[in-house]
Design a protein. Sequence first.
Length: 291
Amino acid sequence: MQVSRGHSGGAPLAAFLRARRSRVRPEHHRLAVGAQRQVPGLRRDEVAFLAGISTDYYVRLEQGRERRPSRAVVEGLCKALLLDAVAARHLRELSATGTAAGGEANRMGTDRLEGVRRLLDSMTVPALLVNRWLDIEDSNTLGDLLHEGLQPRDNYARLVFLAPGARAFFTEWPELARCMVAALRAQAGSEAGAARPTQLVRELSAHSDVFRSVWGEHRLYEKAMDHKRFRHPRVGPLALDQHVLELPGSDGHRIWAFHPADDATSNALLDLAPPALPSGRPNPEAMEPTK
């Protein structure tokens, strides 16, 4: 898969428009289907008509020759392409008509990062700190133990697609994989062509046919809460409610907290957790094997 290096509003915008146009059928807008079409979805002139712009202008958008459409044009495209709230916000970012996330001024400083780490340590459920590229920047002890045996564990997308035991651990792996790709694209936003996500997408595309295929669909996914089912190698099946806690002003950092969804999972997490000190950190002596 060729990964775009374009800046916000250029090639990423063009690719997004092409992908989303292919998913809208004429009958969705009560348009006549007419003769057999060469490509799925709407034709360019139909999108232009529905968005209230000229066909020539829309062609320039899809070819990347026009990079900064006006707000009115963007809103027209949102309606023509039947974008939901997440996809519409993504289009606004790519078009540079909204406020793009990120920037050095909003990155998490050392003091705040240390505060978040203390918060993770105080939590009694598995918890991870991830950034907008799904890099795992920190986790509490239960968060580590929840994913024990899975490598690489520096990035959650790499863990899902590259860890040898991932498909056995994530019992709903196909659905999770699609959501992971869509979440990565949504969180990357207008910076999807930056160095870090470009490197990550290239690696995952080279090693996973599923990732490469789904990435090309330009699907988007954002969640505040989700239900996960894991099969842990030591304690067996786990049913967990994943809560996503956003950290404003941190360039997209989030805490993922996994709360047990049933009594069996609560008991399994108790079996998983080592004896702890009052601080919530593991007791090193209790974790050492008996001699």
